[in-house]
Design a protein around this ligand. Sequence first.
Ligand SMILES: [Zn+2]
Length: 456
Amino acid sequence: MTQPPSSGPTTTRALRGRAVTFRADPFLDDPAHALVHEDDALILIEDGRISRFGPFEALRHTIPDGIPVTTYPDSLLSAGFVDTHVHYPQLPMIAAYGEQLLEWLERYTFPTEAKFADPGHARAVARRFLRELLRAGTTTAAVYCTVHPQSVDAFFDESARLNTRMVAGKVLMDRNAPDDLRDTAQGGYDDSLALIDRWHRRGRQLYAVTPRFAATSTEEQLDLAGSLLRQRDGLFMQTHLAENTAEIAWIRRLFPNRASYLDVYAHAGLVGPRSVLGHAVHVDEDDFCTCHQAGCALAHCPTSNLFLGSGSFRLFDAVDVRRPVRVGLGTDVGAGTSLSQLGSLNEAYKVAQATGRRLHPAQAFWLATAGGARSLYLDDRIGTLAVGMEADLCVLDPKATPLMAQRAETCETIEDLLFILMMLGDDRSVRATYVAGELVHDRDDPAHTHPAVSFR
Ligand SMILES: [Zn+2]
């Protein structure tokens, strides 16, 4: 069963290497100014947080006696990646052939999720999923579980063991789904409230009220989800919005009295700060204005949108300086084709190109780190390298493959190096991952990672 909350890390560490982070939002500010680049940085970590960050030579005297310096030559130290939309139970069915959204749910997703009635299966997949996330350099994610409460316990149990900062919740689904995957409006409410009281703000775990999408919840269930959000402080809400045109037509038939798909959620009290709406591929200017005013976030899931043929998210319209909407990046596995945010950035760049826009590498890495943290209202804790931030980091290797190494030789600027990473990189480019200052993934020495990561 569940383990007691971690008493917290105590290791002091000193990391040295080239580092990148942000001082501003590169969609609102000049990207070159927003990006912070330290050629030879010290990151000192004490009690799971960054206690010093800056030029190594200027700060080396602050390293406590007896603390060794871990140096990462030819690498880039960054805040860990933030994934704002992903389904852990769908890991076993990643890369399922042939369908678009609604048929894909019926044919592949629902049968896969039905297996999570078995807590042992849930635990095994949760463990594999979190391990894969850390291998990809992702240290925080907003995660859908299944309709089964035990799928949530399994996920948070594993996350608590690793001390990762995760946002997750039980899927609410009381109609238009197979019998063994349906809850009821009241049952879903009761189960969610019990899970909230068991997990929300326990250690680093955070709870998200999670109606799958408007078609699989009755109006009563959506209203009760809105009511759940008001029961405890700091809860999140995650769902899907306007991913696919057939889906949107279905929502219009199911909710003829609502002004738009987004209005279905707004009417139920589900759109506000810490609400994360996945996809939002087919939304209009009114929707963007509503999102801006409400303070909710959109999760841009480019690998998934391309894989399912859903359409192109209008990133630069969403972040328009006149009414910017918070945007994070989502892998959306199993519709997404990679848990690597570098892979997401590769496709995000191409989606932007197809809409005639140019995604600057600083903007791209902002989406994967600080922007993702900001979209979750966690930017006071994660997403940047700065004193006081939780020490969730990844160490990136821009020469991870022979192809990358030869391209990096001709690289003159930090922006160019970031671009190589996002266009050619994947999990092989993640040299190491730290969670709250603990080494949880070491690509080159897997035996020496945190014991909680190993399969037992
Ligand atoms: Zn999704």
